[in-house]
Structures are given as C-alpha cells and as structure tokens.
Design a binder for this molecule. Structure first.
Ligand code: PEP
Ligand code: MG
Length: 758
C-alpha cells in the first residue's frame, strides 16, 4: 500500500527528470544530470548507468560517485558482475551487502569497494534490456519497495533516451547476436509463393511516447479508467453482437481480452506506476515491458499465447491513450511495402494501397487464415510463422521475402541483394514482354480462338482485366467479400459490390460463383468451433450450406439480379454433387427472378446458369445435367483432390499425383466430348489453367475456355500464340492407354520439340 507521502517524493524527482530530458543539452549531458539528480534525491552515494553495446558488453556511461575516469572505460560482459547479472536476467537486484554476492566482480578503476548496498534495475525497451541503472550506498541497508518502484520508473524514462540512438549508435541497438547489426535469415511457412524485395513496414507501428511524466496522478488514473471503460464497452458490444457465435474462436479471443482487462494484478501494477508519477500511457508501457521480459522466459505455449494477448491489449490501450490508433495503413508508406504483422484480419490488409504492397510476413498465420486467402487474390507472396520477426526487424529496413525457399532475409548483404535483384529483373522483363501481347487476341498459330479469363475475388483485382488483357472473369469468388467483413453483408451491400464489378468489367462477361464457404473458408460469425469437422473439404460447405440455409442463396441471387438489371448475368454453383442439388439451387434463383418480376423490377437481359464440376459423381450424370445447364466449369483444384482422394492443402501430398496423368486426362477428355456433343460450353477455372504446360494439354483435349489467376494470363497467352493445336491433338491420340504415373515429361518434351512457349 502506497501512502500520499510515498507518492509525492517520486513525482517531484520525475518532474525534475522530465525538465532535464526536455532541455536542449546533448544526450550525454542529460544522462550525467540524471544520475546526479537521482543520487541526490534518493540519498545514494553512487548512481550509475550502464548501457548495452555491440558484442554483449555493458559500458559505464554515467556515474555520480564512481571515479570519473572509469566512465566509458569500465565494461562488463553480459552475465559478468552484478551489472551483467541484472542485464542477463532482466530482473532487479536489491542487496544489503553486494560484495558477498557470488557474481560480484571487483573493478578497481571505479573505486566502488567502499560501497556495500546496491539496488539495480534493468532498463527495458521493446522487450529487451538496453542498460542497467543502479544506486549504491556505503551502509549495509536493504532498499525499500518504494525505492525499487521509483528506480524502475526512472529506468522506464531513461529507456527512451537509451534507445534514441544519441548515446549508443542505433546500429548497435538491434537485437541480433552479439548486438551488432548482422544480416539475418529467418525461416517461415510459405502461404503464397513468390519473391519480393522491399522495405519493412510494421502493421502496428511502435508507438513513441512523448509524455512520460505527469503532474497529476488522479488525472492520469481518470484517463486510464476512461480508456479501459471504452475498451470494455467495445468488447461487450462485440461479445453481445448477435452474430458472434458462442464458443467461436473470435469470441474466445474477446473473452481473453476481457479477462485481462479485469485482472487485478495487472491493473494494480499500472495504478502503482501512475502513482509514482508516470502518465497513464507510460504506466501501461512500463508494465507491458515487464510482461514482455517475462514472456521471453516462458516456454509453455498456452501461457505464452495468453501473455501475447495481454501485450496486444496493452498496445491497444496505449494507442487509445496517445491517440495514435492508426495502423501503418494510414501512414506515408514507401513504394515497396513488405508488411510485417503478428497476425491480421483480411479487412486490415485491404486498408493498404495494393499498388505498394510487395509481400506479407506474419509471425503467426496459417494457410486457411483469411488474410492468406485475400493475400493470394492480391497475388503477393506470404510467409507465415516467422518466429520473432516483429522484434528482429526495424521499420524501413530492407528485407527479401523468398517464399519459394521459405525464407526471409533481414538487412541482406550486398551480394544477397544483388542475386535477388537479378532474379527479379528477369521476372520483370518477362512480365513486360507479356504486357506487350495484352491487346492480341488469344489465337493459336493454326488459327483456333481461345478464351482466356481471370479469376478474381476482390474489387482491386478488376484493374487487372485491362492490364493483363483478360477476356472476362471466368470465376468471381463471391465468398471473399464475406470473409473480409465482420458479419454477413446485406442485400444492398452485396448489390453495390456486384454492380461495381459489372461496371468495371464493361462488356467482358463475369461469371459469379455463389457462396463457397465452409471447408477451409470458415466465417467466424457463421460457423462455431463446435462446427469444426473432421473432414471439412468433404463437409458442410458451399452449395450444401446454401441449400440448408436457402435464405443465404436467395439474398445473394436477389443482389445479383439487382446488380445485373439490364445486363448479362452469369451465375454458377460450387460443389454440385448431383443433378438434384443443381436443380434445387436453380429453383431458388428462379424464385428470385419471379419475385423481381412480380414487383416489376428490371431484370437482366440474359441469365445464364451453370454448375462447377468439382465432385466426380456429377460426371456420371452428365447426360441429364447438360440438359439443364447453360455452361459448365471444371474446378480442378477440388475435382482432383476428390478424384485422387488427396488433400489439396496437404504439403506432404502435393506432387504425389499429377493432373497430367492418364487417369485425369481421360476423365477430362470424356467430359469435353460429352459437352461438345450437346453444345454446352465447358471451361476450367482451377490452378492448372494458369500453368502454360497444363493449359497446353487442356487445349489439346478440347477445352477452349480457361480461367486463371491474373498473372498467368501473359504466360498462357504466349503459349497459345506459339501452339499448333491440330498437331498437338494428333500427338495426344498416340498416347493411348499408357500405364505411366504422369505424362508431364512427355508433354514438356513435345513443347520443346515444337517450340511451344511454356
Ligand atoms: C477449384 O476448386 O478448382 C476452384 C476453382 O474453386 P476454389 O479453388 O475456390 O475452391
Ligand atoms: Mg473449389
């Protein structure tokens, strides 16, 4: 329990310290004045500051009481002597007789042998020890709790000065081995392939505290209470929102936040820090720094995660208290942003100017996290699970993200930079060559026209139609809109988005795929944890959800009809397993058409309804299905995972089966033959359509409509322009019933021999 008198003395000292800090002197002069002030105020015969330097060394930077000649001469290794002990453990020491401590190291140049008692605390910044502050006295005394608290508070104020770069050069302050600035190579898990170089941008910028010392603790407490109250009400609002499912992961995170925001120990420590004269934000920071240090030594994953949550909470409170609530998205950004975050929501990623985004690096993240799905549609490389990246990278440092080799280079050396720059130049030159062909129609060397379309899922993708020379959008994944929102978009919101997509596409056709949620695309506001399935890819997803919750599909159909009024509307249903399902979905759409007609609403000029072929069973009902569809689109990603019973997201299985195998090719060939016989257009919109070699084979099998990720259009068009299709079809006939695992090598050899650009 602290008394009024206990509170007053520290505040007086802090005020004086603040005046010294705000003065115009050099950093070293300020530090000299600070130790003198502390010594006088705490009635200590010695007050010294050691700062960490390159090579894990602590150097005496300022002292009142020790011999002046020792300043900048006395150095101790991390772990050496009591100062080294405090720095290594990041914990305070309070000793009545320091010389009897086993770690005591006698340094004759300092003249400290006459001092017995010692109180020392680490100076922490960004979860790291940047120095040590200590007081000493001749008499054998134990310092009080109040003294300890005061010294810790002063250390907090000093931390800003120590980390400012004015005392120890900034390049010695980086948290790398030996405290020197070495290039680092960190490993991660790629969630989207690719290569990028750029400048590091921290999604949550480190907050610079301008005001550390406050005049009136009552006022600071009130500020803190107010911030906490606001935080509580925001949490309560979120928690009671009808669309957060009980037991969902989302809810669990919010509950954890609330638990910490009510934690007495945590609140008590913040209150104490405010009492000692810190501003509310500095008090939260002080407690947060201590928590971070604790985090370092905890190996239990669950506790670590909880402490991480606490760290997040503190960060949010500081943001709130300092009014610096923005993420880096609103800052002035470099042109080559490599965004670094612990984790982030998909909507937060979309706040960034996509023209400037080069890559995303996450400390956490998983392949199914929505931010990864969105990053994929933006076509930027994503490297996840990069341990400790937030602490190891400073803003605007050069970084290279190499997802193809699962690595991140921080401050890469000149030769590493040159090697990667060369690879990127080659890639860029190739893209430039593709750009030159964007106005050419995709016609093979022997005169067969092919329709090359792009897959999209966000409005930003649409800029690519023109730039890449796509004929249309062959697959618009509507679920992405649902994933970047905190709740279901209503009919008006959906209408607006679909309308702007059609506006931007102009005369080019857009094929909207109805909601494909479930499976790996879980919406936190829709599916609860209890809905987690053992086998989600084959679970309650896509059309199955739409048929069980017809309102969802009807609302989407309504929005699509509104958006396409007076224009062409193409809609397709995902994951159709049998004709009856397709018919049921089509009926729901037709009910909406009738409703619109009854209400006298303007309808689309033309409505085409199709199905995705992703479930092999549908193949065996083709004669019936083809009577009822306007077109078919093969979703080869899902189709072949079911065809080979091989999870499309499992890295251990990727490459095990090849889509260019005799089995898959004979399946696709039979499919095209049946569609052609009944004059039903059939396209393919899975990833294989974007691989030039695979696309070549698809054309040989008879496909004339392909849809792919936007960057693939250039390379595939180059292949089309160089292909003599009749010859290829003849070659395919010769392959007959081969027993091979894959025909890929044969096709590659064919392409080489026939100068097809693959
Ligand atoms: C597919 O399965 O091939 C497809 C295009 O759909 P998605 O990748 O969105 O599941
Ligand atoms: Mg699919």
């Amino acid at each position: 329990m602290t008394t009024k008198a206990d509170e007053l003395a520290p505040r007086r000292l802090l005020r004086r310290l603040r005046d010294v800090m705000a003065s115009s002197g050099k950093a070293q002069q300020k530090l000299d004045s600070v130790v003198t002030l502390i010594a006088a105020d705490m009635v200590a015969e010695v007050c010294s500051t050691y700062l960490c330097r390159a090579g894990e060394v602590l150097e005496l930077f300022a002292s009142k009481g020790l011999k002046p000649t020792a300043i900048h001469h006395t150095r101790l290794r991390l772990g050496e002597g009591l100062v080294g002990h405090i720095a290594a453990t990041a914990k305070p020491l309070n000793l009545a007789d320091a010389q009897t401590h086993p770690d005591f190291a006698y340094r004759p140049e300092t003249g400290e042998e006459i001092y017995h008692s010692l109180l020392g605390v680490p100076i922490l910044h960004g979860g790291r020890v940047v120095g040590v502050l200590l007081v000493q006295n001749r008499s054998r005394r134990l310092y009080s709790e109040v003294d300890l608290e005061l010294l810790q508070t002063i250390a907090m104020v000093l931390a800003e000065l120590a980390a400012s770069g004015d005392l120890v050069p900034r390049d010695e302050l980086f948290p790398v081995e030996g405290n020197v600035v070495l290039p680092l190579r960190l490993e991660g898990t790629p969630l989207n392939p690719g290569l990028a170089m750029g400048s590091a941008v921290l999604h949550q910028p480190r907050i610079e505290l301008r005001d550390l010392v406050a005049e009136d603790p009552e006022k600071e407490r009130a500020r803190f209470e107010e911030a906490l109250d606001k935080f509580h009400s925001a949490l309560d609002e979120l928690l009671t929102a009808a669309d957060i499912v009980i037991g969902s992961e989302h809810r669990e995170i919010l509950e954890t936040y609330r638990m910490f925001a009510q934690d007495r120990g945590w609140l008590g420590r913040i209150n104490e820090a405010i009492g000692s004269g810190l501003t509310a934000e500095a008090a939260v920071q002080k407690v947060q720094e201590e928590t971070r240090v604790r985090m370092e030594s905890i190996t239990d994953q669950v506790i670590r995660e909880k402490l991480h949550d606490l760290d997040d909470l503190a960060h949010r409170l500081i943001q709130h208290l300092t009014g610096q609530e923005n993420t880096a998205a609103t800052a002035d950004l470099p042109d080559d942003v490599v965004l670094i975050a612990r984790n982030m929501g998909p909507a937060e990623l979309l706040d960034y100017d996509s023209q400037k985004l080069r890559a995303l690096v996450l400390e956490e993240g998983s392949p199914t996290s929505h931010v990864a799905v969105v990053a994929r549609t933006l076509d930027i490389p994503v490297l996840a699970r990069v341990k400790g990246v937030l602490e190891k990278v400073d803003p605007l440092e050069p970084v290279i993200v190499d997802c193809d080799n699962a690595q991140l280079f921080v401050r890469p050396s000149e030769d590493v930079q040159q090697t990667f720059a060369e690879s990127m130049r080659v890639l860029a030159a190739r893209q430039a060559r593709y750009a030159e062909t964007r106005h050419l129609p995709a016609v093979t060397a022997d005169g067969v026209s092919v329709s090359l379309n792009m897959n999209a899922g966000l409005l930003v993708d649409l800029k690519d139609i023109e730039a890449r020379g796509a004929d249309g959008i062959g697959l618009y994944r509507t679920e992405i809109l649902f994933m970047v929102r905190p709740r279901f978009p209503n009919v008006e919101e959906q209408t607006e988005l679909y309308r702007s997509i059609l506006d931007q596409a102009g005369d080019r056709p857009v094929t909207f795929r109805t909601l494909d949620i479930g499976g790996d695309k879980r919406l936190p506001y829709f599916l609860a944890d209890s809905d987690i399935e053992e086998n989600p890819a084959m679970g309650w997803r896509a059309l199955r959800i739409a048929l069980d919750r017809p309102q969802l599909l009807r609302q989407q159909a309504r929005a699509l009809l509104h958006a396409a009024a007076g224009r062409r509307l193409r809609v397709m249903f995902p994951m159709v397993a049998e004709v009856a399902e397709y018919m049921a979905a089509r009926k729901l759409l037709e009910m909406e058409v009738s409703r619109a007609r009854r209400r006298g609403e303007k309808l689309p000029d033309k409505i085409e309804i199709g199905a995705m072929l992703e479930v092999p069973a549908l193949f065996w009902q083709l004669p019936t299905l083809l009577k009822h569809v306007d077109f078919l689109s093969v979703g080869s990603n899902d189709l072949f995972q079911f065809f080979f019973a091989s999870d499309r997201g499992n890295p251990r299985l990727s490459g095990r089966y090849d889509v260019l195998s005799p089995a898959s090719l004979s399946f696709l060939h039979a499919l095209v033959r049946q569609c052609d016989a009944r004059n039903v257009p059939v396209g393919l919109c899975g990833e294989m359509a974007g691989q030039p070699l695979d696309a070549m084979v698809l054309l040989g099998l008879g496909f004339r409509i392909l849809s792919m990720p936007p960057p693939a259009i250039g390379p595939v068009k180059a292949m089309v322009l160089s292909l003599r299709l009749a010859e290829l079809a003849g070659y395919l006939e010769t392959l007959g019933d081969l027993p091979d695992h894959s025909l890929r090598d044969k096709f590659r050899a064919y392409a080489m021999d026939h100068e097809v650009a693959i």
